[in-house]
Design a protein around this ligand. Structure first.
Ligand code: ZN
Length: 174
């Protein structure tokens, strides 16, 4: 028999991805052992992130200012769009900017917020493909780089989008 608030805290941790019952218990006991002020900071960080962060209206990455700093930047090449699956891919690309492999990427991004996955019932209308097409049709985009993951869903998505963009007269690279 454990106190109900403790059981509820464990239950909340268990709902998080990659957290099993043992880890959930460890986290819950850890939080109980924290100073109240530290626990409050943790809770406040969750609420602040939820309240302040939204999707960029242009690239659909996560931002605390719409449009995001990359989409607003005059220093970025808005004629080049790198298409990725998730906001965390943008963060990863930006982290490696300046590294050898990714040196000089001055373009912008488009986050699809997923991949096509017919088996899971995820079609073109479920991810941000329409928004990408609209963005290309209304702007001076000359090149789109499909940087989806090199797995089956990523390949299927890249192929589908490339075929869709071809008639728009822009260069599509993988
Ligand atoms: Zn943006």
């Amino acid at each position: 028999m454990m106190p109900l608030p403790l059981a509820q805290l464990m239950d909340q941790f268990r709902r998080l991805p990659g957290i099993g019952p043992k880890t959930a218990a460890r986290l819950a006991y850890h939080v109980l052992g924290m100073e109240r002020e530290k626990a409050l900071m943790l809770a406040q960080s969750i609420i602040t992130a939820k309240d302040k962060i939204s999707y960029c209206s242009v690239c659909f990455s996560l931002t605390d200012e719409v449009p995001c700093s990359i989409c607003r930047s005059q220093a970025r090449d808005h004629g080049l769009i790198c298409v990725v699956e998730e906001p965390r891919d943008v963060a990863a690309m930006e982290r490696t900017r300046g590294h050898e492999r990714n040196r000089g990427f001055q373009g912008t991004y488009h986050v699809l917020q997923g991949t096509l996955s017919p088996l899971d019932g995820i079609g073109p209308e479920d991810i941000r493909i329409k928004e990408l097409v609209e963005r290309i049709q209304s702007g001076n985009v000359r090149e789109v780089n499909m940087a989806t993951n090199p797995n089956q869903e990523g390949e299927v998505t890249a192929t589908y989008v490339a075929r869709l963009l071809k008639p728009l007269g822009i260069q599509v690279t993988r």
